[in-house]
Design a protein around this ligand. Structure first.
Ligand code: NAP
Length: 751
């Protein structure tokens, strides 16, 4: 039931396989999606029942193949009845048979598990785009209601209401000839596979349950403009005219017709309305390509629409959906139109059929035709020579990484992009990693052993197509990343709405010369705070942080103090107050981040009393006295954030003493939160997991891969991942959070 005034980021109209695939893709990226369908229940009709090789690969990329179980498969396909082997370089050559109802059930369950809501018995009756939203009038069991959506996608079939309401042209030609078909019981006729008889074409296939499917076309018959369904009497008459057999004694289970209409939407996108599947293209269901074409539309669109909805990528990324899929539509529909002519044409097409049969016996011609039918030859964009993978699908490949063997399909499961680096030399590896760093949330970086199947690094889009590759160097990588995944993440920050949340505030970040502290200082400054960049020994590194902040238009100054030694806090505040006074005329402090810390890395048996005392002094005692002293400077609404560690939640015996000090840090937050709450000051702990901090261990790909396995997101943390969390706790938005422990470990050891 649709309730009045519902809002969603994307409204998908049509809960067939294409709509459900799209809903799943959008949910993978966290987009709020609603699916509506006119029908009150899923289809039980066995319409499209062929999955081709590329569709099987895409289903594997999402981990869905297991749900289909073992499917009947035939590597022999056909071109309008001319036998054609579909054997190609793919794990899934040929045609895979599965009833549409089953495909729909599996995709529906997947999208549902990911959180998509399907509302059935709800029909779209109106569509208006205004001021950044589309208002969709939907009639359901409870009457008509308005759904406000950021985008609406029509996956509602060849008679698409979305297409009509959006006023999108659908040029092409209507039905000229058609085949009529019926499922019949109680008849006993020979099976016929595309039998061309003098009067027409006849196909008969008896299934194990005794039902015979017959399909027939009388050569020379014009069906122009005929849309009404045939009756069983029509089937019997045509069957008799073509084969001479009488099937009128049988009982029809199902009768229908399909014609050779061929139409392609002029635009796959008009403003905030998009089309996918049969809503965008109508074609004769010959060769079983239609459903596959629609599913490929959905996989091309899902990640792009998600990136635009999430504000990560600019609107024009959606134009590439039209450009890429419309071009594929033109090509596939041309092929289908040709097949329809070859299939339904009378004796006049026989010479053409013979020439084609001869041609398709030549291996290059066979491969070419098979790749077109299987959807494996799609190559987006025009750049790149034929040898390069650019624009083509990444052929499924088995890889060996530090974490063990894997496949390219497994690496694409979470719907993110993939920078796959086969055994690169260290310098280049470091450069590639650095280049991709600002896209770390949407592109996964995986290093694998070199393999002849994949000699060069590739950037793969979430739909499995290659967006960048280069035999050497990194040229063009950041351009490709920006083109397909939006601007680098630091740009989001400076261009985003969070800018200036901390304008006029002052902050002290201890241990800000490198690692997590550095990222916190940069982030708080980007939000407008004047930041004191504390360090102990590395004056040059602290100076670089100040310089970076100033270059980006922020304000910062460095303060030195060794912590964990007598007089440490006094020295720190002397420098801090001097710096603040010089720049603001007062010593007011709004934000304190206790980040400086040292790790142990010593086995429990070997930990000395001196080492233990040092860890306690730097990690626990210093933060206590810094808070005690900072309380004099902190104003109402002030923020204290103490950096703890995931090691207070999971065990690592060589860090017992360190973890004990971090446990103390969490106690510090809890009790000071109570103590300082009357002054409106919040105190919280943030616990990072393994975070790239410039330690040389992060330059060893095998080690990084191993550490990455601990996180639910299968990557190590970046300092910015933690800085973003700290920025929230430092902002006015966190006013209602105090005494809290925030896990920022990327789901480490979640189970
Ligand atoms: P890092 O790269 O090792 O940098 C440590 C920072 O603290 C440097 O700025 C350093 O200053 C300063 N520092 C260290 N000892 C000091 C002392 N005695 N007196 C004054 N300053 C001192 O650190 P990180 O890995 O980014 O870690 C930052 C915080 O996060 C720490 O509290 C750490 O325990 C916690 N954490 C880190 C991870 C991780 O995987 N990285 C995981 C969980 C928790 P100089 O540069 O001048 O030496």
């Amino acid at each position: 039931m649709v309730t009045s005034g519902r809002e969603c980021e994307v409204l998908v109209v049509g809960a067939g396989p294409v709509g459900l695939m799209l809903a799943g893709e959008l949910r993978l990226a966290g987009v709020e999606v609603m699916v509506v369908d006119r029908l009150s229940g899923p289809t039980s009709e066995s319409r499209a029942s062929t999955l081709h090789a590329r569709t099987m690969e895409l289903l594997d990329n999402r981990g869905l193949l297991d749900r289909f179980g073992a499917l009947p498969n035939d590597v022999m396909g056909h071109l309008s009845g001319i036998p054609l082997s579909l054997d190609l370089d793919t794990p899934y050559p040929g045609q895979w048979k599965v009833p549409q109802s089953r495909t729909e059930a599996i995709l529906g369950a997947w999208a549902g598990d990911l959180g998509a809501h399907v509302q059935r018995g709800c029909e779209l009756v109106g569509l208006t785009e205004r001021a950044g939203v589309v208002e969709a009038a939907v009639t359901g069991p409870a009457g008509t209601a308005t759904v406000r959506a950021g985008y609406v996608v029509g996956c509602d079939g060849e008679d698409s209401t979305v297409r009509r309401l959006a006023g999108i042209d659908f040029p092409g030609h209507g039905t000229r000839r058609r085949m009529i078909r019926a499922d019949v019981t109680g008849i006993d006729i020979p099976n016929r596979r595309f039998q061309r008889l003098p009067a027409g074409l006849a196909i008969a296939a008896r299934s194990a349950d005794g039902v015979t499917r017959v399909m027939v076309h009388v050569f020379g018959r014009s069906d122009t403009g005929r849309e009404e369904p045939p009756g069983f009497a029509d089937v019997c008459a045509d069957w008799h005219a073509v084969t001479g057999e009488d099937i009128s004694g049988g009982t029809p289970v199902w009768v229908n017709a399909f014609g050779d209409a061929c139409r392609l939407a002029a635009r796959y996108r008009k403003g905030r309305v998009l089309l996918a599947g049969d809503a965008a293209h109508r074609q004769m269901p010959v060769g079983g390509q239609a459903l596959n074409l629609g599913l490929h539309d959905a996989v091309n669109l899902g990640w792009k629409l998600a990136a635009v909805v999430r504000g990560r990528a600019p609107e024009h990324l959606l134009q590439t959906y039209h450009d890429e899929r419309h071009a594929v539509g033109v090509r596939v529909l041309t092929g289908i139109d040709a097949q329809a002519t070859l299939l339904l044409g009378g004796p006049e097409v026989e010479p053409l059929r013979e020439v084609l049969a001869e041609l398709s016996a030549y291996e290059p011609a066979r491969r070419h035709l098979a790749a077109t039918i299987s959807g494996l030859d799609v190559r987006y964009g025009t750049a790149g020579d034929d040898q390069s993978l650019l624009g083509a699908r990444l052929p499924p490949v088995t890889l060996r990484t530090a974490a063990g063997p894997t496949t390219s399909a497994q690496l694409l499961r979470d719907g993110r992009g993939l920078l796959l680096i086969p055994g690169s030399e260290p310098d280049r590896l470091a450069r590639l990693r650095r280049a991709a760093r600002a896209w770390r949330t949407c592109v996964r970086v995986v290093v694998a052993e070199a393999t002849p199947a994949l000699p060069d690094p590739v950037l793969v889009r979430p739909d499995g197509h290659v967006a960048w590759t280069a035999p050497e160097g990194t040229t063009g990588l950041t351009d490709a990343l920006e083109r397909w995944f939006g601007p680098p993440s630091s740009d989001h920050l400076t261009k985003g709405t969070t800018m200036n949340r901390l304008a006029g505030k002052t902050a002290l970040v201890t241990g800000a010369s490198r690692g997590i502290g550095r990222a916190i200082a940069v982030r708080l400054a980007a939000e407008g705070a004047l930041v004191a960049v504390h360090y102990s020994t590395r004056a040059e590194a602290a100076g670089e942080v100040v310089e970076t902040i100033e270059k980006d238009g922020g304000r910062a100054f460095a303060v030195r103090a060794e912590l964990g030694v007598p007089g440490d806090v006094h020295e720190l505040f002397l420098a801090l107050e001097e710096g603040l006074k010089e720049r603001t005329g007062e010593t007011r402090l709004d934000i304190l981040v206790n980040n400086a810390g040292q790790m142990g890395g010593v086995a429990p048996e070997e930990t000395t009393s001196e080492q233990f005392d040092r860890l306690v002094a730097v990690n626990a005692k210093a933060p206590f006295f810094i808070i005690q002293r900072a309380a004099r400077n902190l104003v109402a609404g002030g923020r204290i954030i103490n950096i703890s560690s995931g090691l207070t939640r999971f065990a690592n015996p060589s860090e017992i003493a360190y973890a004990m000090t971090k446990g103390a840090v969490e106690q510090l937050s809890l009790h000071f939160a109570k103590h300082l709450a009357p002054r409106g000051i919040t105190v919280n702990s943030v616990a990072p997991g393994i975070t790239r901090n410039g330690n040389p261990v992060f330059d060893i790909p095998e080690a990084v891969e191993q550490m990455a396995q601990l996180s639910a997101f299968q990557r190590v943390g970046e300092p910015e991942d933690v800085a973003d969390v700290v920025a929230f706790l430092a902002s006015p938005d966190s006013r209602w959070v105090t005494g809290a422990f925030l896990d920022a470990t990327g789901g480490t050891l979640l189970g």
